[in-house]
Design a protein around this ligand. Structure first.
Ligand code: ZN
Ligand code: FE
Length: 253
């Protein structure tokens, strides 16, 4: 398996640096600076760039990285506009990266071609699943997000979740106050996450097991989650309607 390095960009973005035997790959370089600095510092040769979706904070640094490493492959969703893309993906593909198999998952919802990359015990899910939250529905429907999160939930519980933003404390505060005040695992996770942030450390990666236990967007069939959502949206019946209600509540939080 490759090593995974946390690179930070902008206010709260994470760029993931993958390395193995002197070779590297970068996931979602919204900014070229941190990626180039890491590659130079570690003396790595760049094999590939993986893009989850077209938003600038995820691919804005691709041109800058390619200027320095013009031979790097660029993987990204085929139905979105991706700078320098050399391989168009739609989900369901498998490719070798740094000698490790990567499975591509279609998790369209935040954007219409959003991809997640699953390799070994690591999941790079962009803006689909966050610590305690999920991405906003810019181009998809609540049904799409329920399907995307179900796809991720089907991966092994020990899977490490490398999402693209540090939103954990905000999402968990919402979840605890507005959705599941009695969820002890949630309370405990919020306390731990606050301590990490206080120490200047990331709360990411989490694990799928932890998300399933504490993330309301992955718990849309839990009675307490349903009840809290219905207090705001009395007509919400389907999982998609519950998820939509939770997103509206998060917006208002
Ligand atoms: Zn995005
Ligand atoms: Fe983003």
């Amino acid at each position: 398996m490759f090593e995974i390095t946390t690179l930070t960009a902008f206010r709260d973005n994470y760029i993931w640096g993958l390395s193995r035997r002197g070779q590297a790959a970068i996931v979602d370089p919204g900014d070229a600076g941190p990626a180039l600095a890491w590659l130079a510092r570690e003396g790595l040769a760049l094999e590939a760039i993986l893009i989850t979706h077209h938003h600038q904070d995820h691919q804005g640094g691709v041109a800058g990285v390619l200027a320095r490493y013009p031979n790097a492959h660029v993987y990204g969703p085929g139905c979105e506009s991706i700078t320098g893309r050399t391989r168009s993906l739609r989900g369901g593909e498998r490719f070798a990266l740094l000698g490790v198999d990567v499975d591509v998952l279609n998790v369209a919802a935040h954007t219409r071609g959003h991809l997640a990359y699953h390799a070994g015990d690591a999941l790079f899910c962009g803006d689909t699943l966050f610590g305690g939250g999920c991405g906003r529905l810019f181009e998809g429907t609540p049904e799409d997000m329920v399907a995307a999160l179900a796809k991720l939930a089907a991966l092994p519980d020990a899977t490490r979740v490398f999402c693209a933003h540090e939103y954990t404390c905000f999402c968990l505060e919402f979840a605890l106050q507005d959705v599941e005040p009695e969820n002890l695992a949630l309370r405990e996770r919020l306390e731990k996450s606050r301590a990490l942030r206080k120490a200047g450390l990331p709360t990411v990666p989490s694990t799928l097991a932890l998300e399933k236990a504490t993330n309301p967007f992955m718990r849309v069939t839990e009675p307490q989650v349903v009840a809290s959502a219905r207090a705001h949206a009395p007509d919400a019946v389907s999982a998609a309607a519950i998820l939509a209600a939770l997103l509206a509540m998060l917006d208002a939080h």
